[in-house]
Design a protein around this ligand. Structure first.
Ligand code: 13P
Ligand code: SF4
Length: 305
């Protein structure tokens, strides 16, 4: 029996589901019950009824959101150290500081934040719905964190004044992409289209044919008549893109664009996590209650559209 078979067997025995982010290793994606972007996975976790255990193969903030949205389930993060550095960039003290400076301005937080930070915002968003969330607010100025690149993307799309908090929050993986590399690839593949995640720098956004969340990039690739795609996001998404579109070509815009945190999850760690039911992710209820409100507001809004 392979390790993958053992995990599949164990997850049945334990009534567990595996939710895997689009950046997970191919072998994890292949045995997951569901693979998706952060909004899709949060929704799945929130709506999960049958399973007793949700194994969230991703990073800390995503597992935390699952624990907040479905507090009666045991949520496991297979690797304790799988933490998103961007989420660590926005502390509660920093949010409080900006709130003092702009007391009447609403706070929108990207889901890539810790639960303690989410507890201090008015509404959450993901890269799939950030524009929609900001447009829904009856405010021309918004405090937005922690990703400055996503903040700039949203500002350009909505025309509103977006104040980034902290001033320079970023994803170290998406910062690796450079427009020069895309220009060279476009010379080699003149018909290729560039699909870019909004966590990339503005110069990358400027040369994109399409900008969206990981799953939106997937949808675009499926529906597009183009045959070749230059992809500017973490390399894990390419497994899914290639699997879903065997006749299309996908080229990573920078070949070392790996999120080391996402990649901490391996089949071995997943197996041990499931066997020993670790690492259980819990959020203290006073924080969870406030963070839940901000997440649910996002779902209410995106459900309507
Ligand atoms: P998506 O919601 O687009 O999957 O993004 C999550 C993430 O961490 C991107 O770096
Ligand atoms: Fe965080 Fe960037 Fe990794 Fe996404 S890709 S989990 S934002 S470090």
């Amino acid at each position: 029996m392979t390790l993958a078979d053992k995990i599949v067997k164990l997850k049945k025995e334990k009534k567990a589901v595996i939710l895997a982010h689009n950046y997970q290793r191919p072998e994890i994606q292949d045995i997951a019950n569901y693979v998706g972007d952060s909004i899709e996975l949060s929704r799945k976790a929130m709506e999960e009824k049958e399973a007793e255990i949700i194994v969230f193969s991703a990073v800390d903030f995503m597992a935390e959101s699952a624990a907040i949205l479905n507090p009666n389930k045991k949520v496991l993060l297979p690797t304790l150290g799988a933490r998103c550095p961007m989420a660590q960039m926005l502390t509660v003290d920093e949010i409080k500081k900006w709130k003092v400076l702009h007391p009447l301005v609403p706070v929108v937080l990207y889901v890539n934040t810790l639960a303690s930070a989410k507890a201090y915002c008015d509404i959450c968003c993901t890269s799939a719905n950030a524009v929609e969330v900001i447009e829904s607010l009856n405010a021309e100025t918004v405090l937005f964190g922690p990703d400055r690149n996503l903040a700039e993307y949203v500002q350009r799309k909505t025309g509103k004044t977006i104040i980034p908090i902290p001033e320079w929050g970023f994803c170290p993986t998406h910062l690796l992409f450079q427009p020069e590399d895309v220009q060279i690839l476009k010379m080699q593949h003149p018909d290729a289209v560039a699909i870019v995640h909004p966590e990339c720098a503005l110069e990358m956004q400027n040369i994109a044919d399409f900008i969206g969340s990981t799953s939106q990039m997937g949808r675009y690739a499926r529906e597009s008549s183009a045959k070749t795609f230059i992809v500017a996001t973490e390399e894990g998404l390419l497994h899914r893109l290639r699997k879903e579109n065997p006749r299309k070509q996908f080229i990573l815009a920078y070949e070392d664009a790996v999120c080391p945190n996402m990649k901490l999850n391996t089949l071995e760690r997943l197996y041990v996590a499931l066997r020993e039911e670790k690492y259980a992710v819990t959020v203290p209820e006073p924080i969870a209650k406030k963070a839940r409100k901000a997440l649910e507001k996002m779902f209410e809004l995106t459900n309507k559209s």
